[in-house]
Design a protein around this ligand. Structure first.
Ligand SMILES: NC(=O)c1ccc[n+]([C@@H]2O[C@H](COP(=O)([O-])OP(=O)(O)OC[C@H]3O[C@@H](n4cnc5c(N)ncnc54)[C@H](OP(=O)(O)O)[C@@H]3O)[C@@H](O)[C@H]2O)c1
Length: 260
C-alpha cells in the first residue's frame, strides 16, 4: 500500500492530514518530536482503518534530520507516494527582541528541512505512478508582516519554492501543491506567542486539510484558505498600503497577545 509521509503529525494540521489520509486507506509515516503523541495517533488510526502506521521521532530543525527520515523510509522499504511538508512554527514580535536561536530554528524547520526533505524524497516519489507533494505555507506568504517578519518571509519562500517546483515537475507523475491556511485553531499560537482567541474565527483544521487534499486531487498548485475579497485586495492594492495595513494588524496581534 502507498504511504503518506507527514511531518509535524503529532498535532494540529499534521494530525488532521494523518486522519484524513488514513480514512483513504493510506499507510502512514508520522514524523515530529513528540514520540508518545505520534505513537498514540498511529495506534488509533491502525485500529480504526486497518492500515499500517510508522512513527519517527525527530527534530527536523537539526542538521541531518531529513537524511534520518530518508533512512527510515529506505530501511522500512516504504513506498512513499505523498509527502506532506507540514511541520513549522512562527514567532511574533519585533526582530530585535526575538531569541536568535529560535529564529534560526524557525528558518531551519520552515525552510531548510522542507527543501532538503523534498529533494531527498523526489527519487522515491518518482517510483510511484501518482505522487503528491503538499507544502504547507500560510496566507502570511502574500504580504510582508511587520511583527511576524521572519515567519511571513519563510512562508513566501515555501510558496515560491512550491510553485517553481510544480512547474519543474509538470508532465511527470509528481504533483506539487502549496496549501496556504489562514488563522486555524491548532496549537500554533503556543510557540508563536499569540493569543489563542485570534485563531478562533477561521476555518477548522479539518476544513483546511480537506481543501488541501481536494486541491491536490484536482491538480491545483496553490490553495489559499482565505476570503476571496481579502485575496483580491492584497493583490490589487499598492504594496505600501499592503505593508502599512499588515503592520497595523501585526501591532494589534502583539498588543492583544500581551494582555493577561
Ligand atoms: N494554525 C494556523 O493558524 C496556521 C496558519 C497558517 C499556516 N500554518 C502552518 O501549518 C503548519 C502546521 O501548523 P499547526 O497549525 O498544525 O501548528 P501546531 O499545532 O503547533 O503543530 C505543529 C507541528 O509541527 C511539529 N514540529 C514543531 N517543531 C518541530 C521540529 N523541530 N521538528 C519536527 N516537528 C516539529 C509539532 O510537533 P512536535 O512538537 O511534537 O515536534 C507539531 O506536530 C505549520 O507549517 C504552520 O506554519 C498554521
Amino acid at each position: 500500500m502507498s504511504v503518506a509521509l507527514i511531518t509535524g503529525a503529532s498535532m494540529g494540521l499534521g494530525e488532521e492530514f494523518a486522519r484524513q489520509l488514513a480514512a483513504r486507506r493510506m499507510d502512514l509515516l508520522l514524523v515530529a518530536r513528540s514520540e508518545d503523541r505520534l505513537q498514540a495517533l498511529a495506534t488509533e488510526l491502525v485500529r480504526k482503518h486497518q492500515i499500517k502506521a510508522h512513527v519517527l521521532a525527530c527534530d527536523l530543525s537539526r542538521e541531518g534530520a531529513p537524511q534520518q527520515v530518508l533512512q527510515a523510509v529506505t530501511e522500512k522499504k516504504l513506498k512513499v507516494s505523498w509527502l506532506i511538508n507540514n511541520a513549522g512554527f512562527g514567532l511574533i514580535g519585533p526582530l530585535e527582541r526575538m531569541d536568535a536561536n529560535r529564529v534560526r530554528e524557525m528558518i531551519s524547520l520552515n525552510v531548510s528541512a522542507l527543501v532538503e526533505l523534498t529533494q531527498l524524497m523526489l527519487p522515491v516519489l518518482r517510483m510511484v505512478g501518482d505522487a503528491r507533494v503538499i507544502n504547507v505555507a500560510s496566507t502570511a506568504a502574500f504580504q510582508p508582516i511587520p511583527q511576524f517578519n521572519v515567519y511571513a518571509a519563510t512562508k513566501v519562500f515555501v510558496l515560491h519554492f512550491s510553485e517553481a517546483l510544480s512547474e519543474e515537475l509538470c508532465g511527470t507523475s509528481i504533483r506539487v501543491l502549496c496549501l496556504c491556511p489562514g488563522p486555524t485553531p491548532t496549537q500554533f499560537h503556543v510557540a508563536a506567542g499569540i493569543d489563542a482567541r485570534l485563531f478562533n474565527q477561521g476555518q477548522t483544521a479539518r476544513q483546511v486539510v480537506r481543501m488541501g487534499i481536494l486541491g491536490s486531487d484536482k491538480g491545483r498548485t496553490v490553495v489559499v484558505c482565505q476570503r476571496v475579497w481579502t485575496n483580491l485586495l492584497i493583490r490589487l492594492a499598492p504594496r505600501i498600503v499592503v505593508r502599512k495595513v499588515a503592520g497595523m494588524i501585526g501591532k494589534l496581534m502583539v498588543n492583544r497577545s500581551m494582555k493577561p
